[in-house]
Design a protein around this ligand. Structure first.
Ligand SMILES: [Zn+2]
Length: 178
């Protein structure tokens, strides 16, 4: 069966500010009555929030299996969309769709290891930091903060917009199944 996921990734948060921003998101979820903190947090880099009184703000449907909730993920993370769909890189400067080739595979590995990686656009020749590339199907986000929703119905656009406002940054929605 597998698991489905939707991730709202913050495309601009730095490694330094991700922790504080993640806490701001959590405080907002609680203050709005959308969610409540997990009673016994177990993972420093992933904080779970369980449905609160106003959970209907997040999705239109409510699951009854006790699996609802949101996870605020902080720390350098390669977020990805649907592996079955995939998606090619798009240069943010010249908008060329370029092959998802070895240069990108190496850059993904390097970014994951060090947080730094560039790929030169084969069309316009500019050197572009890996996180600045756009992706068909919003396939990748190389980010330090994301909010995950597992095995749930679609997130409401209004919720995504408000969360984006709380972050004060550009975000990208990635959805997939593993
Ligand atoms: Zn280019």
């Amino acid at each position: 069966m597998g698991s489905t996921y939707q991730t709202i990734a913050d495309l601009e948060a730095t490694a330094e500010e991700a922790g504080a921003l993640g806490e701001r998101v959590g405080a907002w979820l609680v203050a709005e009555g959308i969610a409540v903190p997990e009673p016994e947090p177990s993972d420093r880099d992933k904080t779970w929030y369980l449905p609160g009184p106003r959970w209907s703000h997040v999705t239109d449907e409510r699951r009854s299996l006790g699996t609802d909730g949101l996870a605020v993920v902080t720390g350098r993370t390669v977020f990805f969309g649907s592996p079955s769909t995939g998606g090619s890189p798009i240069c943010p400067h010249c908008a060329a769709h370029v092959p998802h080739d070895g240069a990108f595979h190496a850059a993904v590995d390097a970014w994951w290891a060090t947080g730094l990686a560039d790929v030169r656009c084969p069309v316009c020749g500019r050197t572009v930091p890996l996180p600045a590339w756009e992706w068909e199907n919003d396939f990748f986000a190389f980010a330090h903060l994301g909010v995950e929703h597992w095995n749930g119905p679609p997130l409401r656009p209004a919720f995504i917009a408000e969360l984006t406002e709380v972050l004060g940054h550009r975000t990208r929605l990635l959805a997939g199944k593993i």
